[in-house]
Design a protein around this ligand. Structure first.
Ligand code: NOJ
Length: 554
């Protein structure tokens, strides 16, 4: 088996193409824009790019509804231009991974269109069922809108859609569908891409007979498709293709726990995925999903971090992230907009120096924050209407539900990247498809961040460099300290005689930190601090707002 390890050493950067950089002035980010920013990514130190879907799509879910798996959307360019981006990225020492969205396609995909005809071979590419008299085929709900079934007048049947009705679920039990998936993988791997991020991959195998489920709102049915009956079989089948290439895959896995994760990612011959995006550390201020808010709990966050670090160490590899296109900006959630730079750096040290492969989402490196738009519709998130209904069911008033969803919807992460202080933050010369956060004029932009040695950008740049030069930061073991603190997250790593201690405050209040036994701060080298003076008193210090320090011991 050809098995590579480079995926453990790269630092990945996620591009959500529509909002990254517009090269042709039509207001939509594109691949010309990406080309123009490859040097920027290289300057930051990035060694792998993950592209959210670039394929043809009617954009009901901005690319996560694919109508052609082998062609780049004209919004972004074409296959030739993509190949150029790929080659230019490779020249700069960056790997490139694509999003692979195969739980569902778009209803505008040729397979779906043809498959409406029950006699077409494509009918069985999707999950069609007759109604039960006047009832739907089962009681499952869509995660995005209403019920999981949509009626089709032409053939008199219902099709399953776990997401929007424009995203019909593919029937992975059909070997021909799995063959298509493998062919699509080969198509891009043969072109030179270095792997995939696999969208909701743990949902692709549904329980036989599609039985009714426990009647919970919005996620009804989940127990019958999450980690479904044939998931491991199918992923092993896909792995056979992947093993022919020097590539890696990271699977998106809602509701994943470390014990279950090991079934997918435990290293060895049976390994299916190289790592997983779980959600547990994204639930420190909510119940499973961003809009069901709870007060931020550092203990919850630390618990999730440590569970994954401890359970996986030496067995499976972690994917480390704090932001992506599906969650509001992290400074606005777990940090403080008032202490944007301080908290941005404290959050960075919290996750980036753990064991695993770090991912940075576009704009995170310059400390972008949430946006306040007049209406919920302005956020353009297909998920919002459903979430609004759920909040109403839970007894929220319209005003309260709106306020909650303004800060808890995905549009917050999808505003155009703020490049400089010129019109539209330098994102486009046209009219941006989504409003630009006006705070680009107040110094939240890449140009200003790059010029300021104490910026979040330069903090990430230094972290990336450090990680490249210190195997300890990549391979070292992990120990959590000060577990009972509600204000401080503290952990250490050690590897081949070298150690580091990472201290991160998650509060603007003063908190007392005393170094754990065995660490003499006066003998360590202080790095990645977010304040100028770093005095030590009695082997500890009292933290300033969102203070963070890292001590390295050689
Ligand atoms: C997860 C993706 O990250 C999200 O953006 C998308 O809406 C759903 N999967 C459905 O594809």
């Amino acid at each position: 088996m050809k098995k590579t390890q480079w995926y453990k050493e790269v630092t990945c950067y996620q591009i959500w193409p529509r909002s990254f950089c517009d090269g042709n002035g039509d207001g939509i980010g594109d691949l010309e824009g990406v080309l123009s920013k490859l040097d920027y990514l290289q300057e930051l130190g990035i060694t792998c790019i993950w592209f959210s879907p670039l394929y043809c799509s009617p954009n009901a879910d901005f690319g996560y509804d694919i109508s052609d798996y082998r062609n780049i959307s004209p919004d972004y360019g074409d296959n030739e231009l993509f190949k150029k981006v790929l080659d230019e990225a490779h020249k700069r020492g960056m790997k490139v991974i694509m999003d692979l969205v195969v739980n569902h396609s778009s209803d505008e995909h040729e397979w779906f269109r043809q498959g409406i005809d029950k006699n077409s071979k494509y009918h069985d590419y999707y999950i069609w069922r007759d109604g039960r008299g006047k009832k739907l085929p089962n009681n499952w709900s869509s995660l995005f809108e209403g019920k999981a079934w949509e009626y089709n007048k032409e053939n008199g049947q219902y099709y399953l859609h776990l997401f929007s009705k424009k995203q019909p679920d593919l029937n992975m039990d059909n070997p021909e569908v799995r063959q298509e998936v493998k062919d699509i993988m080969r198509f891009w791997l043969d072109m030179g891409v270095d792997g995939f991020r696999e969208d909701v991959i743990t949902f692709v195998s549904k329980r036989e007979g599609l039985p009714n489920a426990l009647p919970i709102p919005q996620a009804c049915g989940m127990e019958h498709y999450m980690d479904g009956p044939h998931i491991h079989e199918y992923l092993k089948e896909f792995r056979e293709v992947l093993n022919e290439y020097d590539c890696f895959v990271v699977g998106e896995a809602p509701m994943m726990t470390p014990n279950k994760a090991l079934k997918y990612i435990e290293e060895g011959d049976g390994m299916e995925l190289d790592m997983m995006f779980h959600f547990q550390h994204m639930e420190a201020d909510c119940l499973f999903t961003d809009f069901l808010a709870t007060p931020f709990s550092l203990k919850k966050l630390k618990g999730a971090f440590s569970r994954w670090q401890e359970k996986l160490y030496g067995k499976g590899w972690n994917a480390l992230y704090m932001e992506n296109h599906d969650h509001p900006r992290i400074i606005s959630r777990y940090g403080s907009e008032k202490y944007r730079t301080e908290s941005g750096k404290s959050i960075a040290n919290s996750y980036f120096l753990q064991c695993g492969t770090p991912f940075i989402y576009q704009g995170q490196e310059i400390g972008m924050v949430n946006i306040d738009l007049p209406k919920l519709d302005d956020y353009q998130d297909v998920f919002v209407t459903n979430n609004f209904k759920t909040l109403k069911l839970l007894g929220f008033s319209d005003a309260k539900a709106t306020a909650r969803l303004k800060s808890a919807n995905r549009g917050n992460a999808r505003t155009p990247v703020q490049w400089d202080s010129s019109a539209n933050a330098g994102f486009t010369t046209g009219k941006p498809w989504m409003p630009v956060n006006p705070n680009y004029k107040d110094g939240i932009n890449a140009q200003a961040e790059m010029a300021n040695p104490k910026s979040i950008f330069n903090h990430y740049k230094a972290l990336i460099k450090f990680r490249k030069e210190n195997p300890m930061a990549i391979y070292g073991d992990y120990t959590e300290h000060c577990k009972n603190s509600k204000d401080l997250y503290v952990y250490s790593r050690s590897y081949e005689g070298k150690r580091m201690l990472v201290i991160c405050s998650y509060t603007e209040k003063a908190a007392k930190f005393i170094a754990p036994e065995g660490f003499d701060l006066s003998k360590g080298k202080a790095m990645f601090c977010n304040y100028d003076r770093n005095e030590i008193t009695n082997n500890g210090f009292t933290t300033r707002p969102y203070e963070t320090r890292v001590y390295v011991f050689d």
